[in-house]
Design a protein around this ligand. Structure first.
Ligand code: AMP
Length: 401
């Protein structure tokens, strides 16, 4: 079965077409500048087909989907002969609120509930909904499935997801920790037991998703029991440009001193903070490592703050789960930066965590990077959120889920 996976943003749309007989993507691409002018990069992942990389007019998401289908089925760039070969579409949807505990087949009731979730993710959910509507308009009644960033974390107990605010804010406004990167943490939670040959029910895993956005998840018996992002993806670890945890009183102080309104302030916390804000150099860990190696003190500080923050959250999740068997690193930084992994693990020797310096040199590949005598296994597990979405979509469409 072939499944099209869509990740729609407000002016961009990423896609991958999977052949689930082989579990491999056979084409991928991205539409950019939708609603502005438009650009499509389409990459067939089968031999002998060229890449298409040109400006084309993309006034709406529907035109973007139409362009994607045209390329996927075209003689020159295509990987399928007709649209009917695409059995279903799986959509990444950022926020499913408390309504969606897992992935769902999209119908009119689901669409109505997705609309109700817009206030929880005003920047992301409308774009995801636009992607779903665009597919419906171009692809007719091909089944569509929504896979949520939040749903893996719906197993968190109230003691982990509640904020110590007046209870009415939870009841009336649904203010609580939701968590994000759930598809990635779920992938790690399934892949680690497969690699180790140990049932997931018997494992306590701490999954460290470290990329442009970063979050950590405590996974006990295959279920998320706590995670570092919250009501929004702004909290937890310091990230590329996001501040992570912050004393709320700081907002009032800066806003009064500098005359910012709340939107300006939140924009600073989202876009000008994190390791970029501290270093003044870059949000990209490669740049920071290079600058720190050349003696830039603020870059070194930004990196050390990140390592320290990860180690503190890991420690708190060891407490939350009363132990840990595996610490897994994933996403751009987690998969590629041996210095970041080493910097974090230096704080974890009290747990009996011992990194194998040679094994830790790995990049972008599954590996166990702890020494054989380490009490906790340390692993690199490259994430594959698109494959999770494709598999969920197939199982739901086939009625297995
Ligand atoms: P992601 O959001 O998962 O795509 O991760 C992107 C981030 O991964 C980039 O902004 C970099 O900070 C980081 N990254 C990617 N490759 C490397 C590398 N070789 N060394 C350090 N950081 C990397």
């Amino acid at each position: 079965m072939k499944i099209l996976v869509i990740n729609a943003g407000s002016s961009s749309l990423k896609y991958q077409l999977f052949d689930l007989d082989t579990e491999k993507a056979i084409a991928k691409g991205v539409c950019e500048r939708i609603g502005i002018d438009g650009h499509l990069k389409h990459t067939p992942l089968v031999e002998g087909k060229p890449v298409f990389n040109e400006d084309i007019n993309l006034p709406t998401h529907a035109e973007a989907i139409a362009a994607v289908i045209e390329k996927l089925t075209s003689k020159e760039y295509g990987v399928v002969t007709s649209m009917s070969e695409i059995g279903a579409v799986g959509h990444r949807v950022v926020h499913g609120g408390e309504a969606f505990k897992g992935s769902v087949l999209i119908d009119s009731d689901v669409m109505a509930t997705l609309e109700e979730c817009i206030p929880l993710a005003p920047l992301h959910n409308p774009a995801n909904i636009a992607g779903i509507k665009a597919c419906a308009s171009v692809m007719g009644d091909v089944p569509q499935v929504a896979v949520f960033d939040t749903s893996f974390h719906q197993t968190m107990p109230p003691k982990a997801f509640m904020y110590a605010l007046p209870y009415k804010f939870y009841e009336e406004l649904k203010i609580r920790r939701y968590g994000f990167h759930g598809t990635s943490h779920r992938y790690v939670s399934r892949r680690v037991p497969q690699i180790l040959g140990i049932p997931g029910e018997d494992l306590k895993i701490i999954s460290c998703h470290m990329g442009n956005g970063s979050s950590i998840c405590a996974i006990s018996g295959g279920k998320s029991v706590d995670t570092s992002m919250g009501f929004t993806p702004l909290v937890g670890l310091p990230m590329g440009t996001r501040c992570g945890d912050l004393d709320n009183g700081v907002l009032q102080y800066i806003m009064h001193k500098n005359g910012y309104n709340i939107d300006e302030m939140i924009n600073i916390l989202n876009k000008q903070s994190g390791v970029l804000g501290v270093s003044g150099v870059s949000s990209d860990f490669r740049d920071l490592e290079e600058a720190a190696n050349k003696g830039d003190e603020r870059s070194a500080l930004a990196l050390e703050m990140f390592f320290y923050s990860v180690a503190k959250v890991v420690g708190s999740y060891v407490a939350a789960m009363n132990g840990v068997d595996v610490i897994a690193f994933t996403a751009g930084i987690g998969e590629n930066s041996d210095t970041t992994r080493a910097g974090i693990c230096e704080y974890l020797t009290y747990l009996g965590c011992h990194l194998d310096v040679e094994a830790n040199k790995v990049r972008g590949k599954e590996a166990i990077i702890s020494t054989p005598d380490s009490k906790v296994k340390i692993m690199v597990v490259p994430t594959n959120e698109e494959l999770v979405i494709a598999k969920d979509t197939m199982e739901i469409v086939k009625g297995r889920k």
